[in-house]
Unconditional design. Structure first.
Length: 343
């Protein structure tokens, strides 16, 4: 059996593309072309983002082949206790290697002063979560379960007609859609609502503290989407009397997988709930996508399984359940981890 060494990697490493492709390969084992794994190009562009400090790990065997990968992201603007990570092996049966990578992730996070780790697993409808036993044995607990839904585009004529009817309701709210960057004068209100994503949405048992969003942080998020080559479509609802932004949804389409649109965030401010704004912003972006990104055939979204209001909206919009996402969480002990050694 070959020995394996684990080392850090950056986009300048000659085997970076092999490292990144491990995540795609692991995702395709479950989902085929519907995997949500980032492509090598997107990961290379994400390295430039200052929103997270990153440590990326590669496992290389004696033959010089990449056999496993891990990626750690540590928030830099808030939540200094957190770290999120992903881990994957070319051989899905390589449990010992996967454990070594997780051990090294935990060691790196302890050294960085991070105390709470999070990783997610996604499972198609009708399949078993084969990773659950692994993470439970490694000391991780289920902290949140989300439903993964997909909406086929373009929507049917009947659903489209109902969408337009509701969007055009004359009740003091105005719906606006932008492709690409937001107008500068929108940024303060958009930052205010972005901060509510960490306080006003169901988060299960996730140990997430309120996030600090500023107009500059919103701009940086759009900068990252642009570097990654993503088409961004955002719809917002304005309360005309107060001038407040009352709701938003943010959708992006990767250049390398132009048939998938990701509904990254949707929020209706508490003060403006009860006016079908969640439906209206999501409907407006669904109607805009075929023109903004003509190759899109599916829009994908995730919602906490207890968020029945948003799940009902999704059903009305024609979304269908594709699978389940589980967010696993572990609070690290204070003992330092041992560095990874050749096995």
């Amino acid at each position: 059996m070959n020995t394996v060494r684990i080392e850090r990697i950056t986009p300048d490493h000659p085997q970076f593309e092999e490292w990144a492709t491990v995540f795609v390969t692991a995702g395709r084992r479950q989902w085929g072309r519907d995997t949500t794994a980032y492509t090598p190009n997107e990961l290379a562009q994400m390295w430039e983002s200052l929103a997270h400090a990153k440590v990326w790990l590669v496992a290389i065997d004696d033959d010089g082949d990449v056999v496993g990968s891990a990626a750690i992201g540590m928030p830099t603007q808030d939540n200094p206790h957190l770290a999120g990570f992903d881990v994957a092996c070319l051989d899905e049966r390589a449990t010992a290697l996967k454990q070594r990578l997780v051990d090294e992730v935990e060691r790196v996070c302890r050294e960085a002063g991070r105390t709470t780790l999070m990783i997610e697993t996604q499972t198609p409808v009708g399949a078993a979560n084969d990773e659950a036993a692994f993470f439970e044995a490694a000391g991780y607990a289920e902290a949140q379960t989300c439903v993964r839904n997909g909406q086929r585009l373009p929507v049917s004529a009947d659903i489209g007609a109902e969408m337009r009817r509701v969007i055009e309701m004359n009740d003091g709210y105005r719906i606006e859609t932008v492709v690409g960057r937001l107008p500068e004068d929108w940024l303060p209100e958009r930052a205010r609502l972005a901060g509510m994503m960490s306080t006003d949405t169901p988060l299960g048992a996730l140990a997430i503290e309120p996030e600090n969003w500023t107009p500059e942080r919103v701009t940086a998020m759009f900068d990252e989407d642009e570097r990654r080559g993503r088409v961004v479509v955002e719809t917002v609802a304005w309360h005309e009397e107060s001038g407040e932004m009352a709701a938003f949804t943010h959708v992006s389409v990767p250049a390398e997988t132009p048939w998938i649109a990701y509904q990254d965030d949707t929020l209706v401010a508490k003060a403006h709930r009860g006016h079908r704004l969640g439906y209206r912003v999501k409907a407006a972006v669904s109607l805009a996508l075929p023109q903004a990104a003509p190759g899109v055939t599916v829009q994908r979204t995730w919602n906490d399984e207890t968020n029945e209001h948003m799940l009902r909206i999704n059903r009305e919009l024609g979304y269908e359940r594709e699978g389940t996402l589980v967010e696993w969480q572990k609070v690290l002990d204070s003992a330092p981890g041992d560095p990874a050694h050749d096995a």
